[in-house]
Design a protein around this ligand. Structure first.
Ligand code: KIV
Ligand code: ZN
Length: 510
């Protein structure tokens, strides 16, 4: 019998640690719902002690998720563990994930603790977490650079204290697949009570080896992998969920385990996370990139027409790429709109929300006759962002004429009060951003501006991503519209709104 491989998603915790990827409570709730539909086993929803916003987000996810286990991260201090337990209270199935660093460099220079003190703190934390839930995970942070003897010692101690999952993180992405696989095998063999826990891995991608390291660990006994949608995460990111899951499924002849995921939800999740964070997916990204199933070379196309298996190892529809992507048009009704959104993972909380999104859909359908899933995703993201935002775009007029200086006039609603502003600029987008700044003086420093078309054709919506720096925080904003200057205004306003809502957060690894 093949074992089950537990899929632990940390998009909303480690993924959120990517500069600019912070998510609002509402966004986390949407992502959590999509992950539940994907049938991931564990959803790490955040680090509750990090900020009031994180606490509330974990609590809201715990309230709505019924099928997956909801997990909260905590350092070993009791305040962290108690906050995680409190945030997870409403969960049907809750896990507390506690961690402390075990590498010589982290213990000496960061924690300034002796190894004995680290073991004691870990054991106390696990015992504290056990008071709240049976499901306790322990991670020796920077295990990839920790000494094997010490790892075995601390792992044995925390399993005796009640830890049910032992997660081995390659925190800085330093490991090499064969060596990491062997380490996992050695730990499982040497720790006397290793049969009392599930072994897990959590790999970072600094050398581009996160997925390879995770799979090597699976071949050596790991039965949980921690990963993120699109490989989002600190620095170069974490192991990509879609790559792990499809490797195990496609090569079931090789791997000794299977996952319970509904892989047809993968593309939806990928698009949602990209949409919410404003991190585009590179076209050649495995499984979820736009070109992942596109054949350009004539010889390949010919082969695929004769027999798909000649050049394809997976079927596009098995990961959720639909062949018939045209979904709705200007004559589609409210019910068709609601149904299609439900199919791609959106559910409206109220009739009011549905009505507001439907009005925008009709406006879009007037400008753009063919509405694709990607358009719907962008529309709903914009709509939901809009409801949470302090500043909203009410109207805009931009004048551009050859030889003349571009000029923008706009009205913003700021805390419900409409205020007009005007500015000239080097180009239409510059004029718009300056006009916005005359009204809000946000203090945001623009660092990146990029435009992508959401679908093909000149009537496609443009999706604009901006990245700003505000007081040392990197923040992404996004906006979509058939007019790219309007999309730019929406993206910039979105970034400013996010900048206002970011409260200072404790970073988990400090
Ligand atoms: O990379 C890491 O070590 C982590 C731990 C908190 C598991 O994210
Ligand atoms: Zn990590």
């Amino acid at each position: 019998m093949t074992d089950k491989l537990i899929i632990f998603d940390t998009t909303m915790r480690d993924g959120e640690q990517s500069p600019g990827a912070s998510m609002t409570r509402g966004e986390k709730m949407r992502i959590a719902k999509a992950l539940e539909k994907l049938r991931v086993d564990v959803i790490e929803a955040g680090f509750p002690i990090a900020s009031g916003g994180d606490f509330e987000a974990v609590r809201s996810v715990a309230e709505i998720i019924k099928e997956s286990t909801v997990c909260g991260l905590a350092r070993t201090g009791y305040a962290d563990i108690d906050a995680a337990a409190e945030a997870l209270k409403p969960a049907r199935s809750a896990r507390i994930h506690t961690f402390i660093a075990t590498s010589p460099i982290h213990m000496e220079r960061k924690l300034k603790m002796e190894p004995d003190e680290v073991v004691e703190a870990a054991v106390k934390a696990v015992k504290r977490a056990k008071k709240y839930t049976d499901d306790v995970e322990f991670s020796p942070e920077d295990a990839g650079r920790s000494e094997l003897d010490f790892l075995c010692r601390i792992i044995e101690a925390v399993i005796s204290a009640g830890a049910t999952t032992i997660n081995i993180p390659d925190t800085v992405g330093y490991s090499i697949p064969t060596q990491f696989g062997e380490t996992i095998g050695n730990i499982i063999e040497r720790v006397p009570n290793s049969d009392k826990a599930v072994f897990s891995v959590h790999c970072h991608n600094d050398l581009g080896l996160a997925v390879a390291n995770s799979l090597a660990a699976v071949m050596n006994g790991a039965r949980q992998v921690e990963c993120t949608i699109n490989g989002l995460g600190e620095r170069a990111g974490n192991a990509a969920l879609e790559e792990i899951v499809m490797a195990v499924q496609t090569r079931k002849d090789y791997f000794p385990c299977t996952t319970d995921l509904d892989t047809t939800e993968i593309v939806n999740c990928s698009k949602l996370v990209s949409n919410v964070t404003g991190f585009p997916v590179q076209p050649n990204k495995a499984v979820v990139g736009a070109n992942a199933f596109a054949h350009e070379a004539g010889i390949h196309q010919d082969g695929v027409i004769k027999s798909r298996e000649t050049y394809e190892i997976m079927r596009a529809q098995d990961v959720g790429w639909s062949t018939n992507r045209l979904v709705l048009g200007k004559h589609s009704g409210r019910n068709a709109f609601r149904t299609r959104l439900k199919e791609i993972g959106f559910e409206f909380a109220s009739e009011e929300e549905l009505n507001s999104a439907f009005t925008q859909f009709k406006e879009l359908a007037d400008k753009k006759h063919e509405i694709y899933d990607e358009d719907l995703q962008a529309l709903v993201t914009d709509n939901m962002q809009g409801q949470e935002e302090k500043i909203k775009l009410v109207s805009m007029r931009v004048v551009m004429e050859t030889g003349e200086t571009p000029m923008a006039e706009l009205t913003l609603s700021i805390d419900g009060e409409e205020t007009p502003g005007r500015s000239e600029g080097d180009g239409p987008v510059d004029a718009v951003f300056k006009a916005i700044e005359t009204l809000v003086s946000s203090g945001c420093d623009l660092q990146l501006f990029s435009v992508n078309n959401i679908t093909g054709g000149t009537d496609s919506q443009g999706e604009v991503t901006v990245r700003v720096n505000k007081d040392g925080h990197v923040i992404n904003g996004r906006g979509a519209d058939t007019d790219i200057v309007t999309a730019s205004a929406k993206a910039y306003i979105n970034a400013i709104n996010r900048a206002y809502s970011i409260s200072s957060k404790i970073h988990p690894q400090v």
